[in-house]
Design a protein around this ligand. Structure first.
Ligand SMILES: Cc1ncc(COP(=O)(O)O)c(C=O)c1O
Length: 428
């Protein structure tokens, strides 16, 4: 252990490895400053950030509305416990119910996506317990393979990816994972023990996979038939990322299928980078989480609520949702003109897009095999070296998650940088 009182002579990467738990694989870079869609490293290099802190910085870095809300609210009241009524929390909840959802319900605030999903799981179990009693054992939650629902014990139990569970037995029981979009498997999984179905309308970490309208319709029909809850994890795809407040509405638009959930979770972009999670529960089921059933010391503080409200109001009034679709179309149009063997397809919704890599073509890329990296990590590294920040989604997909207010000029810059990277990989 070093005993110096000043740390300025130690590189951030060294300071991190000396003192910070090594639970993340980190890229060898530290950022000092951010503004809009750009980040500056400690060495002063500018990067175009199409990762947005993994779908968090919905209005880009350090937006004025967040700075103003932080300044104003922190001069009035930062924290006040949930033993009392909190004006900003109530105003934010009203925005969620009336503007984002447009369906009568109630909101609970927490601090992260995993916490929000834990709250959904508790809601589903408690609601079934209250209605059917303890002997019924209606406590199972059906989720999907390749899903990601967070890193708490509830989150890893719900997540349909074995890699997040290894070494953490005994896991929370009561979860079944069905193949995503497999209607028959979903039907077969529902029994008298089922309390809820939970899925991401657009899977993020699992590789940008969009739920089919048929899957939504089957889940809603099973909900009605078996009196279970239908819950959407919109932690990554919600709060405007798909060009609508609700990811599922974007996915279902034009399909002729109309589905309403019983509960929804958010985090990530919900407060633009201030740590906050939330769930909405329809009025029919909100009573399951009555006094003393659930809580969080930091849930819905005046400061967090004020910042989230400012971010969401800016998305609402600043034409940000419309911009998502405009920029999505700009990206799709440009990419449709590309012809790179390493890119199999572009998939996703709104500004949650995934470039699917072709493993066979990747194998021919000089240096790829020797690197020992997954295809997505290899390409993300090359893009970063070119000045563009992107995110791997699984082993074979590169995610673009730009700020929702990204400009056409910034999109063009990202397209040019990425095209250059792909041309390099293709030996052009
Ligand atoms: C869909 C989804 N749910 C839940 C989570 C967990 O969120 P958090 O890291 O804030 O706990 C994530 C994080 O990537 C996510 O993408």
């Amino acid at each position: 252990m070093k005993t110096s009182t000043t740390t300025t002579d130690i590189a951030t990467t060294d300071l991190m490895s000396d003192y910070v738990l090594g639970n993340y694989g980190r890229f060898p870079i530290a950022f000092e400053r951010g503004e809009g869609s750009y980040l500056w490293s400690e060495e002063g290099r500018r990067y175009l950030d199409f990762s947005s802190g993994v779908a968090v910085c919905s209005l880009g870095h350090c937006p004025g509305v967040m700075q103003d809300a932080l300044r104003e609210q922190s001069a009035k009241l930062i924290h006040c416990s949930n033993l009392y009524h909190v004006r900003k929390q109530a105003e934010l909840a009203r925005f969620v119910v009336e503007t984002m959802m447009g369906i009568a319900g109630k909101v609970f605030f927490c601090n992260s996506g995993a916490e929000a999903n834990d709250a959904l799981i508790k809601l589903a179990r408690k609601r079934a317990y209250d209605k059917y009693g303890p002997a019924a054992g209606r406590n199972e939650v059906i989720t999907c393979q390749q899903s990601f629902h967070g890193r708490t014990l509830g989150g890893i139990a719900a997540t349909g990816q074995p890699k997040v569970k290894i070494g953490f037995d005994p896991l929370l029981p009561g979860f079944l994972h069905v193949p995503f979009n497999d209607v028959d498997a979903l039907r077969e999984a529902v029994t008298e023990k089922t309390a809820a179905i939970l899925f991401e309308p657009v899977q993020g970490e699992g590789g940008i996979n969009t739920a089919t309208p048929e899957f939504f319709a089957a889940a809603a029909a099973l909900r009605d038939e078996h009196d279970i809850l239908l819950m959407f994890d919109e932690v990554q795809c919600g709060a405007g990322r798909t060009g609508d407040w609700c990811g599922w509405r974007t996915v279902l638009r034009g399909s002729g299928i109309n589905v309403e959930p019983d509960a929804v979770s958010w985090a990530k972009g919900f407060a633009g980078g201030f740590p906050m999670g939330a769930i909405w529960v329809s009025d029919a089921h909100a009573g399951a989480l009555g006094p003393g059933t659930h809580g969080s010391t930091f849930g819905g503080t005046p400061l967090a609520s004020a910042v989230a409200l400012a971010v969401l109001q800016e998305i609402e009034s600043g034409g940000v949702l419309e911009n998502v679709t405009v920029q999505e179309n700009r990206i799709r149009k440009a990419v449709s003109q590309w012809n790179f063997p390493v890119i199999k397809s572009l998939r996703g919704v709104g500004l949650m897009l995934g470039f699917v890599l072709d493993p066979v073509a990747m194998d021919t890329v000089p240096g790829f095999r020797e690197s020992g990296l997954t295809p997505s990590l290899f390409v993300v590294n090359r893009a970063r070296e070119a000045g563009l920040l992107t995110v791997p989604a699984g082993e074979g997909v590169v995610r673009w998650l730009p700020p929702l207010n990204v400009s056409a000029g910034e999109v063009d810059e990202a397209l040019a940088l990425f095209e250059g990277v792909l041309a390099g990989l293709s030996g052009r």
